[in-house]
Ligand binder design. Structure first.
Ligand code: KG4
Ligand code: ZN
Length: 360
C-alpha cells in the first residue's frame, strides 16, 4: 500500500449519483453528488427506471468533478470502490460498471462496499475514528437497520424493519399531509411549529426484546387521522383511533388548518423518534456497547439527533453523528469504508455482482 492510501468511491444505489476521493479512510478530498430529487418529486418517490437513466447521464460529469476537485491523478489511487448492495438493481449496475471499467483501465483493485454498512461508518469522515464496540442505527429511505459493530468492517445485524423504512414513513406521511417530497425535511420543517404531544400516534415496539422495527402502523394512523377510519362512521359516531382526540379529524386534508397539520407532523415525528430511541437503548443494553452511531438520511433530523444525544448522556455513551453532508447518500462513505476492506484484503473480482436486498 502507498504511504497515503487514496481511494476513489462510486455510489449510485438509489437517486444520488456520487463519486468521491478519500485518503486513509477519513480525509475527504472531494465528494461530488448529483441529486435526482427534482426528477422524482412529482411522483412522490423514486421511480427506478428514471433513476437508472439519470445515473447513466450523470456519472461521467460527477466522476470528472470528483477527480478535478481532489487533484488526484489515476496513479495516486490505491483502489476503486463501489456500493454494490443493497439498492435499486438498475441504479447499482451503473455505478458498478463505471467502477469496474476504471479499476480495469487503471489496473487497480476493485472493492465492493455494502451501502448500509457505509452509512454506519459515515461519522468518521473528516472526523475522529469511531470507538468500538458500537451500536449503529442506519435510517434511510430504503433501510432501517440496527447493528452491533466491532470494527468498521465487522457488523452484526441486530434488527431491521419488517415493513416500511423510517425515511419511507416520513416520505409517505409528508405525501398524506401534502407537504412535498422528499418528506423528511418537509415534516421536520412543519413540525417546528407543531405540538409533538397533540396526537398520540402508536409506537410499534414489537414483542419483548425485539430490535426489529415497524413503521407502517404509524403511517396508517396518520392516514386515518386525516381521512377517517374506513367504515368507522357506519359503526360508531367517532373514529376509535388517535384521530378521536381531535374533533376535526376524518374530513380530509383540506379541512385541517396549518397549525393542525404542524401538530400532526410534530406528533408523527415524535412517535418515530421515540421508537428509534427505545430500540437504540435496548441494543445498547443488550450489547454493552459504549458508542452510539447514527447514519443515513434520517440522521439529519434534529429531533432524532437531540433524542440520541440525551440518550447517550443518560447511558454514558459517546454519540457519533455524521456531518450534514454525509447523512444522505454519498460516495465518500463508500471510499472511506473501502480503506478498511482493502487493509483486510477484501477485494473483488470483475465478476462482482449487484444485490438489491440487504444481506447483513
Ligand atoms: O440515506 P438516504 O439519502 O437515501 C437512502 O439510502 O434511502 O435517505 C433518504 C431518506 C428519505 O426518506 C428522506 O425523507 C429522509 O432520508 N430524510 C429525513 C431528513 N432528511 C432526509 N428524514 C427525516 N428528517 C430529515 N431531516
Ligand atoms: Zn443510503
Amino acid at each position: 500500500m502507498n504511504e497515503t492510501c487514496t481511494i476513489l468511491g462510486v455510489e449510485s444505489s438509489c437517486d444520488e449519483t456520487s463519486c468521491a476521493v478519500v485518503a486513509d479512510g477519513g480525509r475527504v478530498l472531494s465528494n461530488a453528488v448529483a441529486s435526482q430529487v427534482d426528477l422524482h418529486a412529482r411522483f412522490g418517490g423514486v421511480v427506478p427506471e428514471i433513476a437508472s437513466r439519470a445515473h447513466i447521464e450523470a456519472i461521467n460529469t460527477v466522476l470528472d468533478k470528483a477527480l478535478g476537485e481532489s487533484g488526484a491523478a489515476p496513479e495516486n489511487f490505491s483502489a476503486v470502490a463501489v456500493a454494490n448492495e443493497p439498492g435499486l438493481i438498475g441504479s447499482l449496475l451503473v455505478g458498478l460498471m463505471a467502477a469496474k471499467t476504471l479499476a480495469w483501465a487503471w489496473d487497480l483493485p476493485l472493492i465492493g462496499v455494502n451501502h448500509v454498512h457505509a452509512h454506519a461508518y459515515s461519522p468518521t469522515l473528516d472526523a475522529a475514528p469511531i470507538e468500538y464496540p458500537a451500536v449503529a442505527l442506519v435510517c434511510s429511505g430504503g433501510h432501517t437497520a440496527l447493528y452491533r459493530c466491532d470494527s468498521p468492517t465487522d457488523l452484526e445485524l441486530l434488527g431491521s424493519t419488517i415493513d416500511d423504512a423510517a425515511g419511507e414513513a416520513f416520505d409517505k406521511v409528508a405525501s398524506i399531509l401534502e407537504l412535498g417530497y422528499p418528506g423528511g425535511p418537509a415534516i421536520e420543517k412543519a413540525a417546528r411549529d407543531g405540538d409533538p404531544q397533540a396526537i398520540r400516534f402508536p409506537r410499534a415496539l414489537l414483542k419483548g426484546d425485539s430490535l426489529d422495527f415497524s413503521f407502517s402502523g404509524i403511517k396508517t394512523a396518520v392516514l386515518y387521522h386525516i381521512n377517517g377510519v374506513p367504515g368507522a362512521t357506519r359503526r360508531r359516531k367517532k373514529p376509535p383511533l388517535a384521530a378521536s382526540q381531535d374533533n376535526t379529524a376524518a374530513r380530509g386534508i383540506e379541512s385541517f388548518t396549518p397549525q393542525q397539520i404542524a401538530d400532526v407532523a410534530a406528533s408523527f415525528q415524535a412517535s418515530v423518534v421515540d421508537v428509534l430511541r427505545i430500540k437504540i437503548r435496548r441494543a445498547v443494553r443488550q450489547t454493552g456497547a459504549r458508542t452510539i452511531v447514527l447514519g443515513g438520511g434520517v440522521s439529519a433530523n434534529a429531533a432524532l439527533r437531540d433524542a440520541a444525544g440525551e440518550l447517550a448522556r443518560k447511558l454514558r455513551c459517546e454519540l457519533r453523528l455524521p456531518a450534514p453532508q454525509f447523512c444522505g447518500d454519498n460516495a465518500a462513505m463508500i471510499a472511506g469504508l473501502a480503506y478498511h476492506q482493502l487493509k483486510a484484503g477484501k477485494t473483488a473480482g470483475y465478476d462482482l455482482a449487484a444485490h438489491a436486498t440487504i444481506r447483513g
